[in-house]
Design a protein around this ligand. Structure first.
Ligand SMILES: [Zn+2]
Ligand SMILES: [Zn+2]
Ligand SMILES: [Zn+2]
Length: 211
């Protein structure tokens, strides 16, 4: 590497470092402004941060989305909240708040949305009653509880060739029944799955009328 390139890289790294410090300062200030309800000023700082070439925490999507909501830029707000949910999922610290914001955006933008106050709440999943499991008719045996014996193919007997000709034996696997217990549902005819509503967590999020 040439000396000049090397120097440039060092200079560049230094700029980035001070940018990071500056961005962090702006970020802290923006959060303080949000707490004080000064969202217009907070938005200005977020825009400055996004113009800097620095690594940003995922949470900034939530904070910026919340700020945009408060300054009534609903479409932009929605896209940042969706981005936050995509990045952090249900484990995200602001997941519940993000769902609430989505609901509030809907109320502010969709004239058909219910007018009364609603809050998003985490509660026991209605579909699985908290078990996280869903039962459906077994797909392997199509709900019969038994499948065709794979040794005798349902013929109940197996053929063995001997020097005296062919001999028939009662199938040892299915004891001559031609069918065996379904290995998936173990004869219960029902297949256990993760509840689709709560993705197996037993808890889900619901919109409820405010009390
Ligand atoms: Zn058999
Ligand atoms: Zn089955
Ligand atoms: Zn569930």
């Amino acid at each position: 590497m040439c000396l000049l390139c090397c120097l440039f890289q060092v200079a560049n790294a230094q700029t980035n470092k001070s940018d990071t410090t500056q961005a962090r300062l702006y970020y802290e200030q923006a959060q303080k402004l949000m707490i004080a309800g000064k969202y217009i000023q907070a938005e200005v700082l977020f825009v400055k941060i996004f113009k800097m070439d620095v690594l940003l925490p995922d949470e900034i999507c939530y904070y910026y989305g919340k700020t945009l909501f408060e300054v009534k830029k609903y479409a932009q707000s929605k896209s940042f909240i969706e981005k936050y949910i995509r990045l952090k999922g249900e484990e995200g610290e602001y997941y519940l708040q993000s769902l609430q914001l989505e609901l509030d955006i809907e109320k502010a933008t969709n004239p058909q949305a219910p007018k009364h106050c609603e809050k998003v709440q985490r509660d026991t999943c209605h579909q699985c009653r908290g078990s996280g499991l869903a039962f459906q008719s077994c797909t392997r045996c199509e709900g019969h509880g038994k499948i065709i014996c794979d040794l005798c193919k349902g013929n109940k007997v197996n053929i063995e060739s001997t020097s005296f000709g062919e001999r028939y034996f009662t199938c040892s696997r299915c004891q001559g029944m031609g069918v065996v217990e379904c290995p998936v549902c173990e004869g219960t005819r029902q297949e256990k799955r993760k509840c689709a509503n709560c993705r197996g967590k037993g808890m889900a999020y619901y919109r409820r009328a405010c009390k």
